[in-house]
Design a protein around this ligand. Structure first.
Ligand code: NDP
Ligand code: 8X3
Length: 252
């Protein structure tokens, strides 16, 4: 059987890390990206033995670098079957009137423009081969807006709209485009959002059972495993304790 290739952005932690491991377990060759080179080395050591692995270190905001690196993949790596656009984060959680411009730039540049830059390089191979699966990791924040979520919610609403747009434009090519929109997943997400304030970050996941990165990876596995004629186009996945972005049944 011909080996298949999956590219996972933001594979140095959380959802991307678990997704890369899961796809490797399914037999995919893995291209994993992120800014933290050491973490990619650790990921390579955690992969099942024999996995073909290509770590790529770049910041998805760096348009020239993204295009250069992904545009010059070698013959044995450039036929990407599954693209998981996962790299992203929230930066800050302030009301719009006191929001920080650097945080806004980061969220728009990483979550929206970074996803577009990566997709821009990967899509032509898929249209040429008339096959492929693109999975965009959105968020409940792309389906609802919550207090102080303003720009993060805006970036994830953009991911939702771009996902729908991709599905329409890529429809003639038989490419599956899937949006996965998680609620609260315990990862490094809140640590990043609250700029290293671990105590505040930990509180986000206390008093109920949050999703784990592996829960999202298993959904990726499920959607990738569907037969050719089936696409789970849009999936919202929440912890059972969560009913809406800000409604969580906490026990303490
Ligand atoms: P983590 O903080 O654990 O992981 C974020 C990943 O994105 C890291 O691998 C990080 O790699 C990468 N990343 C961030 N900024 C950049 C950048 N500028 N260039 C390249 N890579 C970058 O968080 P999660 O796993 O939770 O987040 C993954 C995705 O899931 C995000 O898009 C997030 O918005 C979404 N999400 C998360 C939820 C949650 O509750 N955790 C819920 C809903 C959606 P590195 O730092 O090495 O560059
Ligand atoms: C991450 C989940 O609830 O902070 O996208 O928006 S939330």
């Amino acid at each position: 059987m011909e080996r298949k290739i999956a590219l996972v952005t933001g594979a140095t932690s959380g959802i991307g890390w678990s997704t890369a491991l899961t796809l490797a377990g399914m037999g995919f060759d893995i291209i994993a990206t992120g800014r933290r080179e050491q973490r990619l080395k650790e990921l390579s050591e955690a992969l099942p033995e024999g996995t073909r692995f290509l770590p790529l270190v770049f910041d998805v905001r760096d348009r020239e670098k993204v295009l250069e690196i992904l545009g010059n993949l070698s013959e044995d790596w450039n036929k990407i079957d599954v693209l998981v656009n996962n790299a992203g984060n929230a930066h800050g959680m302030d009301p719009v009137q006191t929001g920080n411009l650097d945080d806004w730039d980061a969220m728009i540049d990483i979550n929206v423009k970074g996803l577009l830059y990566v997709s821009k390089e990967v899509i032509p191979g898929m249209t040429e081969r008339k096959s492929g699966i693109i999975i965009n990791i959105g968020s409940i924040a792309g389906k609802e807006v919550y207090p102080n979520g303003n720009v993060y919610c805006g970036s994830k609403h953009a991911v939702d709209a771009i996902t729908q747009g991709m599905r329409i434009d890529l429809n003639p090519f038989g490419i599956k485009v899937i949006g996965i929109h998680p609620g609260l997943v315990e990862t490094e997400f809140s640590e990043v959002r609250f700029k290293g304030d671990s105590e505040r970050a930990e509180k986000v996941y206390q008093g109920y059972e949050p999703l784990l990165a592996q829960d999202i990876a298993e959904i990726v596995e499920f959607v990738v495993n569907r037969p050719r004629h089936v696409v789970l186009a849009d999936i919202v996945v929440l912890p059972t304790a969560q009913a809406a972005a800000t409604l969580v049944n906490k026990q303490n």
